[in-house]
Design a protein around this ligand. Structure first.
Ligand code: XUL
Length: 602
């Protein structure tokens, strides 16, 4: 790879669970090269499997911090070997797994500032951490803390109102409380600063501990998105000085202040850099005046790999399904997450994480193939049936795994709507499951994205046929009563708002029949795109760096999407047409909402 024609280069990091990837872009957003290291193949000495250390008995899942440091040296060494022109790099940003935390000692800043470029990072930073591990986002050892956080504020929906999410095992505030109260209070006391994984990487590159970036801070269950500051009562609980800890008022105030100082200030959404790369990296690799822009979480970086506007939705169809969207609406719910948007001030990223995605569909495909004597894992028969499927008042819920949204145990449920009545069906022809699974998965997404995007963008609710839609809404209400899919009743706006553009990514987005059906139910006002962005979060990071640098050169805030749009050719993206069946699926949405209310919980 030759970089001769590029004057300026940018690096986008993606420090994920199993690898570190660094991609190189130029100032025209061209992706020039990718370097990476897989943890399991290079860092066996840490005893990891799939990048982590797992203790099934406690649910603890940890990542070794030194391994991450080694990975930075490893990839930069490989780039150096490759003759990479580090001196051309103007800016670096990137992403990391969300929610993970790094615990620094009081020696950390000195050690970071005095690194010897003839040595590697991990051997010199051994004393920089009070804890050699970082709780990984897959950790599920904090069931006790989930209850405590939600009880403090009167339930999951109230916590979501404050912090954008209900309590989750992996959220940093809960992990900190576990450490401070039952795992290792001494270690918590000795910790001088706490970073998220994103701000940890930025800190290492800067040579001093930098602040947590605001969008990623929303994944801690500590940050109040309404006031843009930490919530004192949640901080107290996290620090082990909450009401339930029965401490004096003085101890509580002291504990809150201590945790505030460990976390440091939250860096508001900005294009401004955190500073220049440290002399360690200049001396060791040949960087010059390279700016470090705040890193963010991987999902947050993914949405900035495309110029997504309010009410645009990105549907990632992997083993699990993740839906990301942009909204100006702060309409939180215990069923999904809201984070601040990492580059567009006053915008939010909504996120819905479903457990049951491809795996559930594959089970139906296999049953179809078995019936028709098809031996391989072909989707042909499944797709042939799906292409003909229309809403026929039959719907199924297919959860081979326990589901997060809605919160339910593993189960299957099939229902038929007869008049105004929903009737359960034990079994039906497997052909019915084909349309039904894609319909119910999509309707679930439609029911949850609706409240998030409603009112966010005028276009979401077309006014020209609003009388007609009011009629549909009234009929639906008469048939089913209130529909409570996200903790509060749906209203006209939430049920009738349509997304603007929809972008389908991930393995199953290659199945045209599936995304066509999904598109017809979700009813985008504008276009449906099938995109392949295998390096999305690293790309998002590189774009953030080049946008930041561009704004800094102009000393002015340039709208991030405007910046991308000027350089991004939308014609490069594949879009596809769908038959708009949005209207004919209102009844299906009503059915699903009612069926979900009868699901079993653990
Ligand atoms: C999001 C989450 C995961 C990690 C994966 O809440 O926990 O998507 O960010 O790296």
């Amino acid at each position: 790879m030759s970089y001769e024609n590029s004057k300026e280069l940018y690096l986008g990091f993606d420090l994920s669970t199993q690898q570190l990837k660094i991609i190189v872009t130029d100032d025209n957003l061209n992706h020039l090269n990718t370097y990476n290291v897989e943890f399991d193949s290079e860092f066996k000495k840490y005893g990891i499997s799939k990048g982590v250390l797992t203790d099934e008995s406690t649910g603890e899942i940890l990542s070794p911090v030194n391994m991450w440091l080694d990975s930075i040296n490893y990839v930069f060494d490989a780039m150096k070997k490759d003759g990479f022109p580090f001196e051309k790099v103007r800016g670096i940003s990137g992403s990391a797994q969300q929610h993970g935390s790094v615990f620094w000692s009081n020696k950390a800043n000195d050690l970071l500032g005095e690194l010897d470029s003839s040595k590697d990072l991990s051997s010199q930073l051994d004393d920089a951490f009070t804890y050699k591990m970082s709780p990984n986002w897959q950790d599920h050892s904090t069931g006790k803390e989930i209850k405590e956080f939600e009880e403090l504020v009167g339930g999951a929906d109230n916590l979501a109102k404050i912090t954008g999410s209900r309590a989750h095992y992996r959220f940093t505030g809960l992990q900190i409380r576990k450490l401070a109260t039952r795992k290792n209070p001494k270690l918590y006391k000795e910790t001088s600063r706490i970073s998220l994984v994103s701000s940890f990487v930025a800190s290492v590159l800067l040579g001093n501990i930098t602040n947590i970036e605001e969008a990623d801070a929303c994944g801690m269950n500590l940050y109040d998105l309404n006031t843009n500051s930490h919530d004192d009562e949640l901080l107290a609980l996290s620090a082990g000085v909450g009401k339930i800890d029965k401490v004096s008022e003085d101890e509580k105030i002291k504990g809150i202040e201590e945790l505030k100082s460990k976390l440091g200030d939250i860096k508001p959404i900005t294009y401004k850099s955190d500073g220049l790369i440290s002399s360690y990296f200049k001396n060791k690799y040949g960087f010059k005046d390279c700016k470090i822009y705040s890193f963010t979480g991987d999902n947050l970086a993914t949405i900035i790999s495309l110029p997504l506007n309010p009410n645009d939705i990105l549907v990632s169809l992997g083993t699990s399904t993740t839906v990301l969207l942009i909204t100006k609406n702060y309409n939180p719910s215990s069923q999904y997450h809201l984070f601040k948007h990492p580059t567009l001030p006053d915008h939010y990223m909504g996120m819905i994480c479903y457990c049951n995605g491809s795996l559930a569909r594959e089970k139906i495909r296999d049953a179809v193939n078995e019936k028709y004597g098809i031996e391989d894992k072909s989707w042909d028969k499944f797709n042939e049936i799906l292409d003909k499927a229309k809403f026929d008042k039959k719907l199924g819920i297919y959860f081979p795994l326990g589901e997060i949204v809605p919160n339910a145990s593993a189960q299957f449920k099939r229902s038929i709507l007869e008049g105004n009545e929903l009737k359960d069906v034990e079994q039906w022809d497997v052909e019915n499951d084909v349309g039904s699974i894609v319909e119910s998965q999509t309707l679930s997404c439609r029911l949850r994205t609706g409240p998030m995007i409603s009112g966010s963008n005028k276009e979401s609710t077309p006014t020209e046929n609003s009388q007609h839609l009011h009629q549909i809404y009234d009929d639906l209400h008469e048939k089913f009563g209130d529909l409570y899919t996200d903790g509060k009743p749906q209203n006209f706006d939430s049920l009738t708002s349509r997304p603007n553009n929809i972008f389908y990514v991930g393995g199953a987005s290659n199945n045209h029949s599936i995304i066509k059906k999904m598109g017809s139910i979700l009813g985008a006002n504008n276009k449906n795109y099938k995109v392949e962005i295998p390096n999305a979060c690293a790309l998002g990071g590189a774009y953030k760096a080049s946008w930041g640098y561009f704004c800094e050169q102009k000393s002015d805030f340039v709208n991030f999407n405007q910046y991308l749009n000027d350089k991004f050719d939308f014609n490069d993206l594949d879009h596809f047409d769908v038959d708009d069946e949005w209207e004919s699926y209102f009844e299906g949405a009503g059915m699903l909402a009612k069926m979900e209310q009868e699901l079993k919980h653990d």
